[in-house]
Ligand binder design. Structure first.
Ligand code: ADP
Ligand code: MG
Length: 363
């Protein structure tokens, strides 16, 4: 069992009068030493509030936060020794890169003689050796964010908090920086708490992901578990693409349930959190798990459903197939290019999936 560096215990946060609601409703969360934990969720779900409480810029309304087993409620931000990188937490434009990075050391009273070596080390960590004399305005957006990272790490904090640090960068630079942050985290064994609303970014970077919705953590697990075994319908819909087929429970049998889809067909799925017979639910199936084949001589094949192919979009490494299923049902399938014959647009196709890959959630 890894050691917890940070613990949120029964933390709640209301900005205004509590009757007006909580930005964070209930938070019990441990950050393990050395991990990169991502808070992933839609806008307004409480991610930044959580980070701000740990950094000390906001106070919990209830509960406590422990850093290395110490309650930090009374510590002001600069005494918590936590590094922060915020999208809006810009560099000081009138200072050189080296002065920016040295700033936290100065604030902490580190003697001038020691600063230069530490600044040089932090700049080399983010591959910016030789950039110390430049002004932030002479750097690209990606380089500026690397300076911000160096500034957050220069005093060797036990944990670095990053709030949508790549939000202002364009897509290719953002992806490059994701790999860079991941490499830095692994090379230095840094503990990081990373906030994003971008699920692809969360999957790329994280050791674990906490999926936030409405001020609550809906699931905390590895990227793989979050993607392959979402704990509820919210997570299934928020992380990765998923088909969502609404219907009604017919009967359950052990871990499986039979569902009458609103669009007509009856399918089998693995139960996640469905209710009893007659209750509303939906079946989630990933597009890459849906097999699509042309129908030969009116024979759909065992267990397959008939669907009409309405669109096929070439995406380079895969095809996106859009199908209509029964009465008003829509199904998206992804298949690798060169993976066998594709039905004609407008033709009836046989669609099938492994029932174990179909998950049933209450609706
Ligand atoms: P996220 O970072 O997930 O987008 P936030 O933590 O910023 O979410 O916000 C959570 C909720 O708290 C939102 O409803 C937001 O409007 C509210 N909120 C955030 N900051 C403040 C604030 N300083 N004063 C009042 N309400 C706030
Ligand atoms: Mg935010």
């Amino acid at each position: 069992m890894a050691e917890a560096l940070v613990r949120f215990e029964g933390v709640r946060k209301a900005y205004g009068p509590k009757g007006a609601g909580y930005a964070v409703k209930q938070l019990d969360l441990a950050v393990q030493r050395g991990e990169l934990l991502t808070l992933l969720g839609p806008s307004g779900s409480g991610k930044t509030t959580t980070l701000m409480m740990l950094a000390g810029f906001e106070q919990p309304s209830e509960g406590r936060i422990l850093l290395e087993d110490r309650d930090i409620a009374r510590l002001p931000p600069h005494k918590r020794g936590i590094g922060v990188v915020f999208q809006s937490y810009a560099l000081f434009p009138h200072m050189s890169v080296a002065e920016n990075v040295a700033f936290p050391l100065e604030v902490r009273g580190i003697p001038k003689a020691d600063r230069a070596a530490r600044v040089a080390r932090a700049l080399s960590m983010v591959r910016l050796e030789g950039f110390g004399e430049r002004r932030p305005s002479q750097l690209s957006g990606g380089q500026q964010q690397r300076v911000a990272l160096a500034r957050a790490m220069v005093f060797e904090p036990p944990i670095v908090l990053l709030d949508e640090p790549l939000g202002a960068l364009d897509k290719s630079l953002r992806e490059e920086m994701q790999y860079e942050i991941r490499a830095l985290h692994q090379r230095l064994g840094l503990t990081m708490m990373y906030v994003t609303h971008d699920q692809a970014e969360a999957l790329t970077l994280s050791d674990r992901i906490a999926v936030f919705e409405g001020g609550l953590v809906r699931q905390l697990a590895t990227p793989r578990r979050i993607y392959e075994a979402p704990a509820n319908g919210f997570v299934a819909g928020f992380v990765g693409e998923n088909n969502r087929l609404p219907g009604r429970v017919i009967e359950s049998d052990g871990p499986m349930v039979r569902v009458a889809l609103d669009c007509g067909p009856v399918v089998e799925a693995r139960i996640v959190d469905t209710g009893g017979a007659g209750s509303r639910c939906f079946v989630a199936i990933r597009p890459e798990r849906v097999a699509v084949a042309p129908v030969r001589a009116d024979d759909l094949g065992e267990g397959a459903l008939a669907a009409r192919l309405t669109e096929a979009i070439f995406q380079g490494d895969h095809l996106r197939l859009r199908l209509s299923l029964g009465e008003g049902g829509e199904l998206l399938a992804k298949r690798t290019v060169g993976g066998g014959p594709v039905p004609e647009i407008g033709a009836i196709a046989a669609v099938a999936w492994d029932a174990n890959q179909a998950l049933a959630f209450s609706a």
